[in-house]
Design a protein around this ligand. Structure first.
Ligand SMILES: Nc1nc2c(ncn2[C@@H]2O[C@H](COP(=O)(O)OP(=O)(O)OP(=O)(O)O)[C@@H](O)[C@H]2O)c(=O)[nH]1
Length: 640
């Protein structure tokens, strides 16, 4: 049975209706690089390789033949084209064959914990102590990471000199960024307030650690020990109950007692981190082309596009050529977290790099290469991206057409059902919710994600918001084009909208809403979604008259007309308003008055307490005892 499975690999059916995505593949390609080319997780690709019986152990650098690479690409729904030139790219480095021979690098530490347990205070105190010990007059800058020096007893040049702390925002909306931070993290510091104990986010961090414990270390920082209510023992017992085996109880996870506020215990924390890092034996090549990850990116006045890169291999120098995603830079200037200009960045260092032609994205890797290679790789990536974008455009157009078709169908149905008061809501439910489609442009990728998280799905079953694209950078012509194609609006969050683009958008009927306050953006979107809801119609009766007697009058064309002699009981009967006839509590006719007379004179309004004669346009069945009402209808936006 097993044999059969190997001989005839089951070809996965591509369920997407659109054409498969064209990808360029080199004649020979490693498993790791193919995963990058196909944009699939390496574990998925490795499983598929084993399923197909190619090899039992497809390591990262296992080299695949053209046939297998082609087959695997098709398995993932791609249309492979073998072309060495078009497939040329710069890939993440393969692991070193003898890591023990390499120099030590600083550990990358992420501070996590429940809200208000003191992460920010701890980071601030650590950061300012690092500056005090560093350059005189240095100013701390928020760049996504900072470095704290380690005083070691050993004078060996290979010993650990510093620790790099990742300094990512703690707000829940930024959790995506934090989760990514865990990817580059060597050690997690779990902050637990000694007066509060284990809370939901403490447990989340414990879960995260358990998932990555083979590659990530843990130090518990029991914080706020300066507080009288601090109860370290209770916290420790609670941690043990969660499966965190603390050293003081015979386990191997160190706990330190600290106060971010007073600085108490911080040297102990740094020392504990250094000891754990030495045990982890974190080493990296300090020479050769650099490789790293973008932590943050933004547009900075005077410098243009800047991005913080956390270097994990090699050395990045001023003047080097780098590529990150679709973005290129010749490194113009590098500064560290104290604002000091540096000319070389080595593993474990985070540096802010300027010289980008366009803005790279947080979370993408950054790779250095020879100028010609970087430029060739970039050109190939841009071409591949265009292929993907044109497919995405087709999707966007199809989506717009689908919505239009459904709305048309809904209108036709609504016409049939108009007599029923529930018809509108029913129709909308049948065709799915109406959508306010949104394109987000933001200053940095962290805020772009936060804005997306805040705006996605505002509304209800009848009308809702849908983010169709989230990107960093100022609003551009292509955003306006996409918005027009997909019938979407643009949210510009903390980014400029050039005047020419404003003009283009208004010419094409594309709405752009700019703000740098998340709550304002949310309110704006909520109001726009409300406007998509069927309006609530409020009816206000403005006048009432009782029919006292009926008589026939002869019109100019000699025809007869039934006119009701009435007394106005309430308000004002106005000829211009809507009018209806109510008989035994039910509306029997709704229309407008065509005659309103007082003592044979035509009038436009009649007040309470006076008598009048009136008749309707198109209704001649008025009866003694009928109630005539005039009323106004006001449409109000629906409620969310
Ligand atoms: N007494 C005392 N108060 C502290 C200590 N650390 C933080 N605090 C206080 O606790 C509150 C929350 O601290 P933050 O540093 O903002 O906590 P956080 O975990 O970063 O909170 P979020 O950013 O909201 O997740 C603030 O009022 C701090 O002043 C400490 O060691 N001792």
């Amino acid at each position: 049975m097993h044999e059969e499975k190997r001989e005839k690999p089951k070809r996965k059916v591509n369920n997407n209706k659109r054409a498969p995505l064209k990808v360029y593949i080199p004649t020979t390609v490693s498993v790791g690089n193919l995963a990058t080319i196909l944009k699939v997780r390496i574990e998925r690709l490795q499983r598929r390789i084993v399923d197909l019986g190619v090899t039992e152990s497809p390591s990262y650098d296992y080299v695949l033949t053209t046939d297998y690479a082609t087959l695997l690409a098709e398995e993932f729904g791609r249309q492979p084209v073998i072309d060495d030139e078009a497939a040329f790219d710069l890939f993440p480095p393969t692991p070193h064959s003898d890591p023990a021979s390499l120099p030590l690098r600083p550990p990358i530490v992420t501070i996590m914990g429940h809200v208000d347990h003191g992460k920010t205070t701890l980071l601030d105190t650590l950061r300012s102590s690092s500056v005090a010990k560093g350059e005189a007059g240095g100013i701390t800058q928020h760049i996504g990471a900072f470095s704290v020096p380690v005083q070691t007893a050993s004078s060996e040049s290979s010993s650990l000199k510093s620790i790099t702390f990742l300094d990512t925002p703690g707000h829940a909306a930024f959790s995506a960024m934090r989760a990514r931070g865990a990817g580059v993290t060597d050690i997690i510091v779990l902050v637990v307030a000694a007066d509060d104990g284990i809370m939901p986010q403490t447990r989340e961090v414990i879960e995260l650690y358990k998932k990555f414990q083979d590659t990530v270390g843990l130090v518990v920082a029991i914080n706020k020990v300066d507080k009288p209510a601090a109860d370290v023992e209770t916290v420790e017992k609670a941690l043990m109950a969660e499966g965190i085996q603390l050293e003081s109880y015979g386990g191997d996870i160190p706990a330190v007692y600290v106060s971010g506020l007073t600085g108490q215990g911080l040297p102990d924390l740094v020392e504990t981190l250094a000891a754990l890092a030495e045990m982890q034996d974190l080493r990296a090549e300090q020479t050769g082309f650099a490789f790293g990850e973008i932590l943050e990116s933004k547009v900075q006045r005077g410098l243009g596009f800047v991005a913080t890169a956390l270097i994990s291999k090699g050395s990045l120098k001023t003047g080097s050529h780098i590529v990150s995603g679709l973005h290129y830079a010749k490194v113009r200037r590098m500064t560290d977290s104290t604002g000091k200009v540096v000319s070389v960045a080595t593993p474990g260092m985070a540096v802010t790099v300027s010289g980008w032609k366009t803005l790279p994205k947080a979370g993408d890797n950054v790779i250095e290469g020879a100028e010609a290679d970087v430029k060739k790789a970039l050109a190939n990536r841009i071409r591949q991206n265009e292929i993907e974008a044109s497919l995405a455009d087709v999707d966007a157009i199809n989506e717009t057409r689908r919505v239009e078709r459904e709305l048309r169908a809904a209108e036709v149905q609504a016409k049939h059902k108009r007599s029923s008061p529930q018809s509108k809501a029913q129709v909308v439910e049948e065709s799915g919710p109406k959508e306010l489609r949104i394109i987000i442009k933001a200053d940095v990728s962290g805020s772009a994600e936060a804005v997306e998280g805040a705006l996605q799905g505002i509304g209800n079953k009848i009308a809702t918001s849908k983010v169709i694209s989230t990107r960093v950078g100022e609003v551009s012509e292509s955003d306006v084009t996409l918005a027009q194609t997909a019938d979407a609006m643009i949210i510009a969050f903390s980014v400029a909208v050039p005047r020419s683009i404003q003009h283009l958008a208004s010419q094409n009927g594309v709405q752009i809403s700019s703000s740098d306050i998340i709550y304002k953006v949310m309110d704006d979107v909520r109001n726009r979604v409300r406007a998509l809801l069927p309006p609530i119609i409020e009816t206000t009766v403005t006048g009432e008259a009782n029919v006292l007697q009926l008589f026939d009058i002869q019109l100019k064309d000699k025809s007869m007309k039934k006119v009701a002699g009435c007394r106005v009981a309430n308000g004002l009967i106005e000829k211009s308003k809507h009018a209806r006839v109510v008989r035994k509590g039910e509306t029997v006719y709704e229309g407008s008055l065509d005659t309103l007379k007082q003592l044979k004179r035509d009038v436009t309004e009649v007040r309470k307490g006076t008598e009048c004669g009136l008749s309707f346009d198109g209704f001649s069945d008025l009866q003694d005892g009928d109630l005539i009402q005039t009323f106004e209808r006001i449409e109000k936006p629906g409620l969310l």
